[in-house]
Design a protein around this ligand. Structure first.
Ligand code: UDP
Ligand code: MN
Length: 244
């Protein structure tokens, strides 16, 4: 059987949340052997997300962990606790017998279905280009003789792994074999989370280039504009309560 792809999606309550999850589900629903680990940044599993997942026709696990306010200032890394909660879940619920590939799928990115075909064969840690990051149209691993030899990026090329969260996948067994590997809050600057994590589990020389030797963009770091809600009434004016 194909290894299962475990996509870890941190998500938080905001006006566009359900729209984002809907967009993701439309892609994920078409991927065979797929398991969606949705981790809410909240003190409870919200009804909106629980209802959504129950009806989305994607196999899922619904977790939650709240990020304290002190970690929510601008310039701080996001969703550290949520990604770690998903890793903890995998370590607790999956074993040496399970074949899988773990991928970090933020809720606002755009995913080509081909990306999942590419990552499915990940033996250790695989990498590929990501669109709209690093201050450029794309960022990508530079490949020579089938090996990653450097990074094409417009931002901090000194990063040991100059890739975005959406630019790599990890074999489930690597996650299980490195039980202490996790995303770090202390000291980790935004944009360094990926490098800080990957350092714990692999070496640049061991990375597996995907997407035609990292020459194709199959995932985009899109960001959704905040909707204009200036005309929302202070007190409910509509005769019904509608979930958006
Ligand atoms: N996120 C979260 N809590 C927050 C902010 C973000 O769980 O307080 C999630 C968000 O839903 C997304 C991921 O963390 O899946 C990355 O956040 P965002 O897309 O805002 O980061 P950016 O793309 O700007 O780096
Ligand atoms: Mn984003």
């Amino acid at each position: 059987a194909l290894p299962i792809i475990y996509a870890i999606t941190p998500t938080y309550t905001r006006p566009v949340q359900k729209a984002e999850l809907t967009r993701l589900a439309h892609a994920f629903r078409q991927v065979p052997r797929f398991h969606w680990i949705v981790v809410e940044d909240s003190t409870v599993r919200t009804e909106l997300v629980a209802r959504f997942l129950a009806g989305c026709r994607v196999p899922f696990t619904h977790l939650h962990v709240f990020t304290h306010r002190r970690f929510k200032r601008v310039g701080m890394p996001r969703a550290t606790e949520q990604r770690n909660a998903a890793l903890a879940w995998l370590r607790h619920h999956r074993s040496r017998r399970d074949s899988g590939v773990v991928f970090f799928a933020d809720d606002d990115n755009t995913y080509s279905l081909e990306l999942f075909e590419e990552m499915r064969s990940t033996q250790g840690v695989s990498v590929w280009p990501v669109g709209f990051v690093g201050g450029r149209a794309y960022e990508r691993p530079l490949v020579s003789g089938g090996k990653v030899v450097g990074w094409y990026t417009g931002w901090r090329p000194d990063r040991p792994f100059a890739t975005d969260m959406a630019g790599f996948a990890v074999n489930l067994q690597v996650i299980l074999a490195n039980p202490r590997a996790q995303f770090k809050r202390g000291g980790s600057q935004p944009g360094m989370q990926e490098s800080d994590f990957l350092k714990q589990i692999t070496k640049v020389s061991e990375l597996e280039p995907k997407a035609n030797n990292c020459t194709r963009v199959l995932v985009w770091h899109t960001r959704t504009e905040k909707p204009h809600l200036a005309n929302e009434p202070k007190h409910r004016k509509d005769s019904v309560v509608i979930e958006v």
